[in-house]
Ligand binder design. Structure first.
Ligand SMILES: Nc1ncnc2c1ncn2[C@@H]1O[C@H](COP(=O)(O)OP(=O)(O)OP(=O)(O)O)[C@@H](O)[C@H]1O
Length: 854
């Protein structure tokens, strides 16, 4: 009937009329746009003003930007559901007034009761689908304490006789459609105790409420559109109770055993989220939760809810994008069944019930405060949003919705009886302003912001106690996974998180694995780069080590060479120091000196000198006056000649053997010398001069040796070696060593030479004994003259060569005479003794000798 009347009735008037004070004025059309001619005054000056480049401006191609989406803001949807009036039987008794002193009558006749059934008078009348009229009871009207009020602007007003499906269609269906598109939403039932909130939310098996109807619709839609593979739905239900009036506790209504949730400020941990595959599972879970919910019997409600119940239905999309490897959408539909506010007088609660009612009223009050503050904030944003949500766990959990960040809807349940006027009036007064609350409907389905923020938010260990976000899901799922694994263990199976039988676990495991894989991949890249750098550094260090090793090896070799040379030098120096005779070392020292003179590269002078020595030594050795003095003279002479005369012989270091030849000849010298002395005892005529020169030269040599020895004493062996090494080229080092050897050999060889010379001098002295002939004796002692340099030399007479020959002849005559007279033993002189002489010649010779001696 009502529908019939409505169909004939005119459309309802709008509840509110908006009147603009300053309506927008139409802009006056410009002459150019209208094409009207400009005024004549302006046309007079047109030739002075250049024409505006309108065509050019219009020809410019302006890049077409995408149209900016207008900010969709929608008002908070508030629905009103009126509970049907209860019909009760009114018993009226007709009793007569009797005096008090009258005995009581028969109880059977005591009352004359009259039973009559009547419908309670309603205080609220439905004006239309969007407004109601609240009429106070008669008593209150008489007292003029209240008057009739009209409340309008509801999204929809459900009459008392409306069905659960109507409520679902009008209120839940739009939310569910958006939810299926990926938009989160919240729906809460508010109202006094016993007004039908729980009935509206959960219903009964015969009249299921919005939760079961939503689940039915969810599975029906998922079956129709995409057969069960695109989305997975999860269900979680928990309640917030009072803890002895001091605090709040959360309990998981789908949990096992001790289902108390860990609450830390804004965090709820351990909430079980159950995957629902079909409606039966979902309904069984709903029934399980309803059984667990805390209820109590009050005067208002035989089964009054004593907690705030929150039901979460999460839709997770199984479509995994290739790029992000994350969920493409996650939406949450939250349905809240609040405990009804209670008046103490009405409920008659005492004790624990009273504490519970205080908690319930407080929570409802905080909830209302949040909405009012949000409304005030939206009216004047300069004030800022007061954070009333902090005052209760429920409002903290629903913070995003209560701050207008997410869309929500409220359904107010009221009782229509006169007795409920105050409760209804209070609720409508409080909640009707909420209709002006705006929500920025900017949340996009499957938006990237959600997807990108998912892993970032997940890093935070602490999760705000607000409407379930995607960040919370991870934690929830983790807890659930633990619980499921426990269940599996209880069933004697191995808990396998990647079990295909649990798509939810599989999805979570895949997601986690992907994330860990990406992290490990990046970490491996970084480690690889670091290892590369270290490898390069190691290569450089190895190269340096190799070069240092080579240097060390070369230095060690050098040091070994130096040590060996030092040892050689020490040994040679010891040998040199062991030789006290300076003249004996004259030749090698002179050779060294010569060598040092020519160190600038002409080290072969020494070799040449040695060569000359050998040559002259050979010449001298072949000559008649070979003796030690001659040898020394040759050495001295060659040294001087080397300084003055140009070299005529090729340089050949191997010709050092010449010195050895000299030595060899010197060693062989005594026998030849003795023979020659025996053959020709008279010295050679050049020998005195040679002796003179050699004496000077020896003196010079001696001074040189002294200075040399002083120098050698001044510098240690190592220093000398260094000096020699510094002065000598590398090629000449071997030569210097050979020279060192040569010194030693010379020293060894010259000793017998000196001895031989001494013996020879003695022989000469013996052979030249006699007072007449002094010169041969003096000439025959060159060694003694060397050693006795300070002795006074005899005067020499300059004689012609003929006189010398004559003197020689005379001497031979005298010798022969003497020999013939004294000994006559010189058999070797037979040749001269056998010569026949005349008497005249003998006398002549005597005269001559006498004259010569004068
Ligand atoms: N629209 C309705 N149609 C029929 N019965 C209803 C309706 N609303 C409520 N009832 C009945 O009223 C009784 C109380 O309702 P309900 O428990 O839902 O109230 P409530 O608001 O949840 O109270 P509380 O806040 O104390 O839990 C229940 O028995 C329920 O069946």
């Amino acid at each position: 009937m009502e529908e019939l009347q409505r169909s004939f009735s005119p459309p309802p008037c709008p509840t509110t009329v908006t009147v603009r004070r300053n309506p927008p004025r139409k802009a006056r059309a410009t002459p150019y746009t209208t094409g009207a001619k400009p005024p004549s005054t302006i046309s007079l000056n047109t030739h002075h003003v250049p024409s505006f480049p309108m065509d050019e401006i219009l020809s410019i191609q302006i890049p077409q930007h995408e149209p900016i989406k207008p900010l969709v803001s929608e008002s908070l949807k508030i629905f009103l559901r009126i509970k049907p009036l209860k019909s009760f039987t009114k018993v009226t008794t007709t009793t007569k007034t009797r005096p008090r002193n009258v005995w009581p009558q028969n109880p059977s006749k005591k009352t004359n009761a009259k039973k009559s059934t009547r419908i309670e008078e309603a205080c609220i009348a439905l004006n239309d689908a969007y407004s109601v009229t609240l009429t106070p009871p008669q008593a209150l009207q008489e007292m003029k304490r209240s008057k009739t009020e009209v409340y309008e602007g509801f999204s929809h007003v459900f009459a008392a006789d409306c069905s659960q499906n109507d409520v679902y269609d009008k209120m839940v269906k739009p939310l569910l459609e958006d939810f299926m598109k990926g938009k989160s939403g919240m729906l809460a039932a508010l109202g006094p105790s016993g007004s039908g909130k729980t009935h509206t939310v959960f219903g009964t098996p015969k009249n299921p409420g919005i939760v079961p109807l939503t689940l039915r619709q969810i599975f029906r839609k998922s079956d129709e559109t995409s057969p069960g593979s695109l989305r997975t739905f999860y269900l979680s239900i928990f309640e917030i109770c009072s803890e002895r009036g001091k605090g709040e506790k959360a309990y998981d209504l789908l949990g096992d055993g001790s289902s108390e949730l860990y609450v830390q400020q804004s965090t709820i941990r351990g909430l079980k989220e159950v995957s629902i595959q079909n409606l039966e599972e979902a309904e069984s879970l709903i029934g399980q939760a309803m059984l667990k919910r805390a209820t109590a019997t009050t005067n208002s409600n035989s089964q009054s809810s004593r907690s705030q119940c929150i039901i979460n239905i999460r839709a997770a999309c199984n479509d995994v994008s290739n790029e992000t490897k994350m969920q493409s959408s996650d939406a949450m539909l939250t349905i809240v069944d609040l405990a009804g506010a209670e008046r103490e007088k009405r409920t008659g609660n005492q004790g624990e019930r009273l504490v519970e009612s205080n908690f319930i009223n407080n929570t409802s009050m905080v909830f209302g405060q949040c909405l009012r503050s949000l409304l005030e904030y939206q009216k004047n944003r300069k004030k800022g949003l007061q954070k009333h949500h902090q005052n209760s766990l429920l409002t903290r959990y629903l913070r995003d919705y209560l701050e207008g960040k997410k869309r929500m809807a409220l359904i107010l349940t009221v009782k229509a009886g006169e007795e409920d006027y105050l409760d209804t009036s209070y609720l409508l007064k409080q909640a009707s302003p909420y209709m002006k609350i705006k929500f920025d409907n900017t949340e996009e389905p499957c938006n990237k912001r959600q997807l990108t923020t998912f892993p970032r938010v997940e890093k935070n260990k602490k999760i705000k106690l607000s409407a379930p976000k995607t960040s919370q899901i991870e934690e929830v799922v983790a807890g659930e996974r633990n619980q499921i694994s426990q269940e599996v263990n209880l069933q004697g199976k191995n808990a396998n998180p990647t079990d295909k039988s649990s798509p939810r676990l599989e999805h979570v495991a895949m997601e986690k694995n992907e994330r860990e894989h990406i992290i490990m991949q990046n970490f491996a890249k970084v480690i690889w780069n670091v290892l590369k750098q270290y490898n390069e550094k190691l290569k450089v260090a190895e190269g340096e080590i190799c070069s240092l090793k080579d240097n060390l090896r070369s230095e060690q070799l050098k040091s070994l060479e130096l040590e060996t040379e030092l040892i050689h030098l020490k040994s040679s120096c010891k040998q040199n120091l062991a030789e006290p005779c300076i003249p004996e070392t004259e030749a090698p020292i002179h050779a060294k000196e010569q060598f040092e003179r020519n160190v600038d590269g002409d080290s072969c002078n020494l070799i040449e000198a040695g060569r000359e020595v050998s040559v002259e030594g050979c010449n001298k050795s072949s000559g008649p006056s070979k003796n030690v003095e001659d040898a020394e003279l040759v050495v001295c002479h060659t040294s001087t000649d080397n300084d003055l005369e140009p070299r005529q012989h090729p340089i050949n270091p191997e010709e050092n053997v010449g010195t050895t030849q000299v030595e060899a000849e010197a060693t062989n010298f005594p026998s030849d010398q003795a023979i020659q002395n025996e053959d020709d005892p008279t010295p050679s005529p050049d020998s005195p001069e040679h002796v003179e020169v050699s004496q000077d030269c020896i003196n010079n040599r001696l001074s040189n040796i002294q200075t040399k020895s002083a120098i050698f004493r001044r510098f240690p062996d190592s220093e000398k070696q260094k000096r020699n090494r510094r002065l000598l080229p590398a090629s000449s080092s071997s030569l210097a060593e050979e020279m060192g050897d040569l010194d030693v050999k010379d020293n060894q060889i010259e000793k017998p030479q000196v001895k031989i010379s001494e013996i020879r001098v003695q022989e000469k002295s013996e052979s030249t004994q006699g007072p007449e002939i002094e010169i041969p004796a003096r000439e025959a002692e060159p060694a003694s003259t060397k050693k006795q340099g300070s002795r006074q030399k005899p005067r020499r007479r300059l004689q012609p060569a003929s006189s010398v020959l004559l003197t020689r002849e005379i001497n031979t005559l005298e010798i022969e005479d003497d020999v013939a007279e004294s000994k006559g033993t010189r058999g070797r002189k037979k040749t001269t003794a056998s010569q026949p002489r005349s008497q005249g010649s003998v006398t002549l010779l005597r005269l001559l000798t006498n004259n010569l001696h004068i």
